[in-house]
Design a protein around this ligand. Sequence first.
Ligand code: ADP
Ligand code: ASP
Ligand code: MG
Length: 251
Amino acid sequence: MALIVQKYGGSSLATLDCIREVARRVSQRKKEGNDLVVVVSAMGNATNDLLKLAHEITEQPAARELDMLLSAGERISMSLLAMALHTIGEPSISFTGSQSGIVTDTSHTHAKILEIRADRIKEQLGLGKVVIVAGFQGVSTQKEVTTLGRGGSDVTAVALSVALSAKQCEFYKDVDGVYTKDPNHDADAQKMERCDYDRVLSLVHEGAKVLHPEALVLAKKYSIPLYVASSFNQCIGTTIEHSSSHQSSHI
Ligand code: ADP
Ligand code: ASP
Ligand code: MG
């Protein structure tokens, strides 16, 4: 059975109705015959709201405590999504970064993933469950909760795709693909149905916040095909992979 990793961003999980709709989509994809790992961001503006609380308490929150606080955002969305799946009869289980075996270095608030010990995820997939993973977080080599930096759930999704040899990593957003320019600002932006990693990397380096650059670099390195589409409609999205002229270094 092919394994797909899906990632849903904050705008796709902003309300309970959004979470119910994501559950419906996840369940449908599962019924098509795929094993599914679903990476979630925090609901809507939850991460910004938590940051604001921290800065109301103190001008200089300790980085360790910020990680404890911010990691709570994804715990909320992952557990609600699991519950929404249960209500429609889809077996699922949610895991924090730590429970998912995502081991990072000790750099609080901008940790790097060192290794993923995916045994628990594999075990639950083997039981037929959809596994939901809290994006943007891990556990350090010192056993502390860490976060990966803003937008880090994209990195979680690709790193899990590598660790689990996923067939594809899919990103569901409030835009229906990668455009030549930000479609929310430029009416003449064109959607690209297919492009290579470097094309998106150059857009991101020019400031397009459509995917995290580290996620793109990792996907390119391990040849993980990416697919970016809307979580609000069924339009064909953008496939990002090596161009046909690319020669795999593994051959
Ligand atoms: P996430 O799920 O990671 O939170 P969003 O739902 O915020 O992602 O969607 C990505 C955002 O990136 C869009 O709202 C869009 O305005 C912005 N964006 C900037 N440049 C581009 C681009 N070239 N193509 C697509 N989206 C872009
Ligand atoms: N919730 C975190 C953020 O807002 C991580 C993410 O969404 O990728 O940055
Ligand atoms: Mg966003």
